[in-house]
Structures are given as structure tokens and as C-alpha cells.
Design a binder for this molecule. Structure first.
Ligand code: CTP
Ligand code: MG
Length: 260
């Protein structure tokens, strides 16, 4: 990764969620993980990947503790004086948090990666694959993994005898063509800006369906390319995910940073 390439890429880290499902009584990004915090792992992973010229972190609005944590993390990387840091108040949903961070992206930036603080163990190789795809001309790129479970679609239904409300299978998509999507998701800056301008036109019911930025590009008819993700990029959503991530940091998988 050259300095020149790094200088044109901004990484947005969305860390403004409340972490309801993790249930730790604090925003998820502040939750302890492997001796530090989830946010520290996410930020250090981005810096270590060497692809960022700017890092914009969206934190819960008014969360001073998180702002201070971001300041400490920036100070810990003073060895990279050209790296620009921004901390912004996030919004009510992930899309709003990305939009707030996007407003901070500098004029020298041509590509943007959007990364969940909730995927703190994402290896360098994933960042590199996403950036390489952008350099190869992709305007939107996502890391993803093949799905191991068989996935069904369902519709509301009733048991014939009792009328009890249940779900009924309506279809089984071919598993070979299904992918589980991760972050960081990479975009040409203008494509991401247009995607978020489009998001602002959605009615609330439509906006509630948007779970990542790639969906916005898809909805605009843009091509979204796929690169290989990593099992180490697991998203920490529930207490079991946190247990697994902690175990990864203590166990034989600890040298995760060298994973491709
Ligand atoms: N996120 C954000 N702003 C929001 C909501 C989510 O920046 N208003 C971020 C989270 O901080 C997280 C990522 O988007 O890094 C994925 O969201 P999720 O895993 O749902 O995290 P939380 O919203 O914090 O968790 P929960 O839904 O259980 O409350
Ligand atoms: Mg959430």
C-alpha cells in the first residue's frame, strides 16, 4: 500500500449505536474487549491496515466519554502525523451516522470505506482487498462470505387446525449464490455521496429497511462488487458474539492480524 494511495482514502467508523442487543448498559463501542474497548480494536485495525488518510468516527450524540476515547486513540497514533481524525455526533440510525461522518470527508479524498465499530477484529487483508477493488475500478465493493446455513424465506401463516399464527416457508434461495455481508464497504466518494442523497429521499418505512450503504447503491442501479471477507470480521451483536471475540483474542487465533 503506497502512501499516495492511503492519502486518498477516508475510513468512516460508525460507532454511534446504543448496543441494545449486547445489553451491557453502555454504547457497544465502549464495551471492554480483550483488555481495551471494541472501538480501540476497530480503530487500531484501520490504522494498522495502512489504507487511511482520514478517519471519521461517528459517536453517540453528546457522549463525552466516547469523544475522549477517540482523542486518546488519535494521540496513540501520533506516529502518523498526516492522518486526519474527525469525531462527529452520529444520528438516529446507521445511515444518519454515516451521513454525518461523510460531511467531514476532506477535499483530497476520492474513496471512502465505511466500517462498523461492531466488527473490531477485521483483519488487514480485508481492508486491502476492498481498497484493491476500488483501485481496480469498482465504485462500490463489499467483503462477504459464503453462507453455511440453508436460508429460507418465510411468510405469515396459520396452523390449519388451530389457526395459531406461525410462519410458513415461501422459498429456498440457492445457497451457492448467497453471501453474508460484512464491512468495511468501499465506495468511490461521489457514489457514496449520491447514495446518501438518495437515502434522504426515502420515506421512513423504506429507510428502516436500509441496513448498509451498498443497499443504497443497489437501489440506484449501481454495481456492487464482492471480495472475500473473513470469519474474523464477525459482527458483535449479542453476548455470545462478545464471548467469541474475547476468546479469539486469548486463544490460538490471537495472531489475527497476519490472517489474509
Ligand atoms: N450505528 C451507528 N449509529 C446508529 C446505529 C448504529 O453508528 N444510530 C453503528 C453501530 O455503532 C455499529 C454499526 O452501526 O458499529 C452496526 O449497528 P449494530 O450492530 O446494530 O449496533 P447497535 O445499533 O449499537 O446495536 P443494537 O442494534 O443492538 O442497539
Ligand atoms: Mg442497531
Amino acid at each position: 500500500m503506497t502512501e499516495e494511495a492511503g492519502a486518498r482514502c477516508a475510513v468512516i467508523i460508525v460507532a454511534a449505536g446504543s448496543g441494545e442487543r449486547l445489553g451491557q448498559g453502555m454504547p457497544k463501542a465502549r464495551v471492554p474487549l480483550g483488555g481495551s474497548t471494541m472501538l480501540a480494536h476497530a480503530v487500531n485495525g484501520v490504522v494498522k491496515a495502512g489504507i487511511a488518510g482520514q478517519i471519521c468516527i461517528a459517536v453517540p450524540a453528546g457522549d463525552q466519554e466516547m469523544v475522549e476515547l477517540c482523542g486518546e486513540l488519535a494521540a496513540a497514533h501520533a506516529e502518523q502525523p498526516d492522518l486526519v481524525w474527525n469525531v462527529v455526533d452520529g444520528g438516529a440510525d446507521r445511515t444518519a451516522s454515516v451521513r454525518a461522518a461523510l460531511a467531514m470527508v476532506g477535499p483530497d479524498i476520492s474513496t471512502v470505506l465505511v466500517h462498523d465499530a461492531a466488527r473490531p477484529l477485521t483483519p488487514t487483508g480485508v481492508f486491502e482487498r476492498v481498497v484493491a477493488a476500488l483501485r481496480d475500478g469498482a465504485k462500490a465493493v463489499i467483503p462477504a462470505l459464503a453462507v453455511v446455513d440453508t436460508i429460507k424465506t418465510v411468510v405469515p401463516a396459520e396452523f390449519p387446525a388451530t389457526g395459531a399464527g406461525v410462519e410458513k416457508v415461501s422459498g429456498t434461495p440457492a445457497r451457492s449464490r448467497l453471501r453474508a455481508v460484512q464491512t468495511p464497504q468501499g465506495f468511490e466518494l461521489e457514489t457514496l455521496r449520491r447514495a446518501h442523497a438518495y437515502a434522504a429521499t426515502l420515506v421512513p418505512a423504506e429507510a428502516a429497511q436500509i441496513t448498509d450503504d451498498a443497499m443504497l447503491v443497489e437501489a440506484m442501479g449501481g454495481d456492487v462488487f464482492v471480495v472475500q471477507g473473513s470469519t474474523h470480521s464477525l459482527k458483535i451483536t449479542t453476548p455470545m458474539d462478545l464471548l467469541l471475540a474475547d476468546a479469539m483474542l486469548q486463544g490460538p487465533l490471537r495472531p489475527r492480524w497476519v490472517e489474509g
